[in-house]
Design a protein around this ligand. Sequence first.
Ligand code: SF4
Ligand code: SF4
Length: 299
Amino acid sequence: MKHSITLFVTQKCNLRCPYCFVDKESEELQIWEIDKLFVTNRSHINHVTLTGGEPMMRHDIGLVIGVLKFLRIPFTLCTNGYKWENLVEYLQRISTTEYAIQVSIDGNPDTHDRLRGTGSYERAHSLLQHIGKSSIPSNIVITVSNTNIGSVKDVLDLSLRVKVPCSINFVRGKPPDINPGQMSDVINAWVRYAKLFGFSRQAIMMHAQRMKIVRDYLHHRKTWPFPCIANGQLTTLWANGDIGPCEKLPPIGNIRRWNYNLKPAWREMQVNRDGCYCDFDCEILHSMKSVRGFWSLIR
Ligand code: SF4
Ligand code: SF4
């Protein structure tokens, strides 16, 4: 079974979003360690998500991208868009089938800058305009809370204008500050938008279902209709090399302990997590795409 890895390449960030859960002071794996990690485990990995902090704040992010390019490991890089010119330069010689960019937008220019810092919208918007004119595979993500719920429509309109698809997350790890009715309104607005944008019926069904599962879990403590696959097919590596099944659970150790070999670490993670549920959108979507998840949706 191949794994999808979420790698926090750095936990540094130039912004200070109020809902951020990342410890900005963490040490980082060195580039030779990242190289060794991917060379050693290449045949067991099918995708890497580069995240942070802000990945572009890592001084040698171009080398990290180079390692993935050399090993032909498909990746997604999540960014706030601040240093987008450098990113576009690093990606220039990579086939667009091998990477994607995810850009965070938190609202209209005023809301986004209030939450993320003055000038941050303009930088992210410039990246989106560049993406819209090129063939770079990308998406926008908005993280919704009561601070920006009034701005969701603006972001969906932006997505239609720049022709970059948009998905919605709800703020993780905190009691919800919007009620179930507000969450349903957001989901319905997204479904109307997704039809206009031209998402496939299956994509609309999956994303709407993912958001409903988060709503029902947060407000009604209703469990997911399928098990989480975070312990079997997903792995989280923190910037300092700590490794665990997901961002929610504590790490089981540091990858240096296994000399950068993921197989023995995975063996230690193989405990039964049936009965473990949370509000983590990404893992819900991944689990939904698994065989058991898919069948539970269409039955
Ligand atoms: S841009 Fe991302 S990493 Fe940086 S403060 Fe905001 S949420 Fe945290
Ligand atoms: S349900 Fe949540 S906490 Fe449990 S393994 Fe999955 S992602 Fe982690």
